[in-house]
Design a protein around this ligand. Structure first.
Ligand code: AP5
Length: 217
């Protein structure tokens, strides 16, 4: 199983990725998580990336493609993988084709902007594990504390309302064209790719079941 979870910031890609990777026993390749890891190392790359991410803009295709190309060649990706937050531009999608990295499914999650802002503004994250909470919709047992480790949760720097709006604009301009790109591929006899749009309104479990239904069709 090789798939892409596509959708605007905050539609629930990371939340749904957890269900899919568990069911299909494949790794999650989240370029956002990989970039946040590089920031933690304090490397020159990390410093460059931090500024870009905090502004809500996209990191260059070159940096992203270097990270992804190295990651998909790891042995755990042999039987499949889930791309979360990648590709995000047409050149990134074209680079995958050029490298002969093909996916079976593209699942697009759709949600209105006001719901997205509410979800991101309340998001809290346990950095070490990637566990995602929401202070209203999926609260931890103790406020701002991870249920499993007891460690503190953080609010991402790019989850401030002003930055969220910038990220939405960037999504519309640079990432949304991928919807037509992949729909055209799924209509073409040249590729065996299936495209499904999933309504992102509902509980995480309801959305999970819509995705599982699409994947098992
Ligand atoms: P990235 O980390 O990829 O962030 P994103 O795509 O903006 O997506 P998010 O992680 O914000 O949201 P999500 O859809 O995963 O939602 P989640 O499940 O957490 O990218 C960050 C930055 O890195 C970019 O801005 C860019 O700078 C850079 N970058 C990354 N990849 C790049 C690339 N390929 N090219 C260039 N630059 C790149 O859910 C959100 C909240 O909602 C949570 O609190 C959750 O608990 C809650 N929630 C989830 N589902 C539900 C539900 N059904 N009901 C109620 N609440 C829910």
């Amino acid at each position: 199983m090789k798939l892409i979870l596509l959708g605007a910031p905050g539609v629930g890609k990371g939340t749904q990725a957890q269900f899919v990777i568990e069911k299909y026993a494949i790794p999650q390749i989240s370029t956002g998580d990989m970039l946040r890891e590089s920031i933690k190392t304090g490397s020159a790359l990390g410093k460059k990336v931090k500024e870009v991410m905090e502004s809500g803009a996209l990191v260059t295709d070159e940096i992203i493609l270097d990270l992804v190309n190295a990651r998909v060649r790891q042995p755990d990706c042999k039987k499949g993988f889930l791309f979360d937050g990648f590709p995000r531009t047409i050149p990134q999608a074209e680079a995958l084709l050029k490298e002969s990295i093909h996916v079976d499914h593209v699942i697009e999650i759709i949600l209105q902007e006001d719901d997205i802002v509410a979800r991101l503004a309340g998001r809290r994250v346990h950095v070490a594990s990637g566990r995602i909470y929401h202070n209203l919709y999926n609260p931890p047992k103790v406020t701002d504390i991870d249920d499993v480790t007891g460690e503190p949760l953080i609010q991402r720097d790019d989850d401030k309302e002003g930055t969220i709006r910038v990220r939405m604009q960037v999504y519309r301009k640079q990432t949304e064209p991928l919807v037509s790109f992949y729909k055209a591929m799924s209509d073409s006899v040249q590729y065996s790719l299936k495209y499904t749009s999933v309504d992102g309104v509902g509980t995480a479990e309801e959305i999970r079941d819509r995705i599982f239904a699409a994947l098992s069709d």
